[in-house]
Ligand binder design. Structure first.
Ligand code: UD1
Ligand code: CA
Length: 460
């Protein structure tokens, strides 16, 4: 059966993307945190493509760095058109028996389910080529699918080569096709560049196969938005919106509550547990993982964060940091890389933590900087505490034992260690270790001058 034959995939990614007006090559532009070409790769792999070839040209090093050994590569030195691009894969694929999906690296929304349906349609219709099409309200810019009176596909005409009548056609080419592999490479030999753009068009393969009496079919996708090709920043923002909608829907169906999904920006690949509530105006990026029963309020921004169960994040920024079960932060907290917040720890307002472990049941309520430190269990860090970790050249570590009490406005000048149960008096500048259960007072003694206030300038 056809189904059992290998399915190859060719990804076209050699173009520069002039219309993007960008220093970044088009297919590397991220949509919901993931490069467009990676979305395409993932869909192909999930659809069961066994051997991938990516056509690179502009930005080939950067594309190869990203895709590494997930795919073979062929190099298109000059971008002479999509048919020319596919032809670059000739040495790798031309003699292979099987089917080949050709897809553009700038169509990130095409889902694996759609590719599977396209393959099935190709098999059912016994076609040599099947085009994935969509019905666009505004077909401007796309190749139009031209069918005869019986409805069978005759050819694809590019916008720039189309007659006025052809331009009225709303069924367009998504740039994704399945071909019988050998027929594809045979037909490519016949493609000419006598058209408005002087390019070798891959869509011309359709008319060539037809002229040989072969069956060509078209499969209109169910959700036309999947067909969006990203050529400029307007389309990029549209693609991002559609992808975001899809990502958020999936989370909601998995049990996540979203108050306003239209303003909740979550990257592809973020994981969120059931019964977690996410308010609007929240951004969650990178490899963030959030547990169950959490609340993330408006104005929060999480990047590569690892959040346990039952955590509350109130209007705070968390980057490459961890929060264990039952902990909370904010409003206006900031966790920087390698902050590791233990179970049931409270991080209050205007607290910044960097490269520091704070063990369970500790409280850091207000206006504090903790950097390069280990803080034990059940510690109370008073308002205005500063872990003085930097002398302008090197960073030093501070260790605070279990059950310590750091008085308000303490500076802990690293390197320094506080034993378990140590207590620092408010306003202290701690430069020496404090023994377990010791009280450290490191501030000037107070002296009062009787009636002196009356002599001060403002009273005269
Ligand atoms: C192409 C199709 C059009 C379809 C549309 C869907 C052709 C001629 N036209 O138009 O029918 O409706 O996609 O989005 O195929 N590329 C190369 N080498 C080249 C030229 C292009 O690798 O020499 C790559 C580009 O990097 C891009 C893809 O092929 O990823 C498509 O090229 P693009 O210029 O975006 O084609 P469209 O004008 O969008
Ligand atoms: Ca395109």
């Amino acid at each position: 059966m056809m189904q059992e034959k290998d399915v190859y995939g060719i990804v076209l990614a050699a173009g520069k993307g002039t219309r993007m007006k960008s220093k970044l090559y088009k297919v590397l532009h991220p949509v919901c945190g993931k490069a467009m070409v990676l979305h395409v790769m993932d869909s192909l792999e999930e659809a069961g493509v066994s051997h991938l070839v990516t056509v690179v040209g502009h930005g080939s090093d950067a594309v190869k760095d990203l895709l590494a050994d997930r795919t073979d590569y062929c190099f298109q030195e000059e971008q002479l058109g999509t048919a020319h691009a596919v032809k670059m894969a000739k040495d790798l694929l031309a003699d292979k028996e099987g089917k080949t999906i050709v897809i553009c690296g700038d169509t990130p929304l095409i889902r694996p389910e759609t590719l599977k349906a396209l393959l099935a349609h190709h098999d059912e219709t016994l076609a040599k080529a099947t085009i994935l099409t969509s019905l666009e309200e505004n077909p401007t810019g796309y190749g139009r699918i031209i069918r005869d009176e019986e409805g069978s596909v005759q050819k694809i005409v590019e916008e720039k080569d189309a007659t006025d009548e052809e331009r009225l056609v709303k069924e367009v080419n998504s740039g994704t096709y399945v071909f019988d592999n050998r027929s594809l490479f045979k037909a490519l030999e016949e493609v000419k560049n006598d058209n408005a753009q002087g390019e070798y068009y891959l869509p011309d393969v359709v008319a060539i196969l037809k002229s040989w009496g072969e069956v060509v079919s078209a499969y209109p996708m169910e959700d036309v938005r999947e067909g969006l090709g990203v050529n400029d920043r307007l389309a990029l923002s549209k693609a991002t919106r559609f992808m975001q909608e899809r990502i958020n829907q999936e989370h909601m169906l998995n049990g996540v509550t979203m108050i306003d999904p239209t303003t909740t920006f979550i990257d592809a690949g973020v994981k969120i547990g059931a019964d977690t509530l996410i308010e609007g105006q929240v951004t969650i990026k990178g490899q963030t993982v959030i547990g169950e029963d959490c609340t993330i309020t408006s104005g929060s921004r999480l990047i590569d964060a690892t959040i346990g169960n039952g955590v509350t994040v109130t209007q705070s920024v968390i980057e490459s940091a961890r929060m264990a079960d039952g902990s909370n932060i904010g409003p206006f907290g900031r966790l920087r890389p390698q902050a590791d917040i233990g179970e049931n720890v409270h991080i209050g307002n205007f607290v910044e933590v960097k490269k520091a472990t704070i063990k369970k049941d500790s409280k850091v309520g207000h206006l504090t900087y903790i950097g390069d430190a280990t803080v034990g269990e059940r510690v109370n860090v008073g308002c205005g505490t500063i872990f003085v970790n930097y002398n302008g050249k090197d960073k030093f570590h501070t260790t605070v034992g279990d059950d310590c009490f750091i008085g308000c406005d303490t500076s802990l000048v690293a390197p320094v260690n506080l034993g378990d149960g140590a207590f620092t008096a408010a306003g202290s500048v701690i430069t020496k270790d404090v023994p377990a259960d010791g009280l450290a007072i490191a501030r000037n003694r107070q002296s009062n001058k009787e009636n002196y206030a009356k002599k001060l300038p403002h009273r005269r």
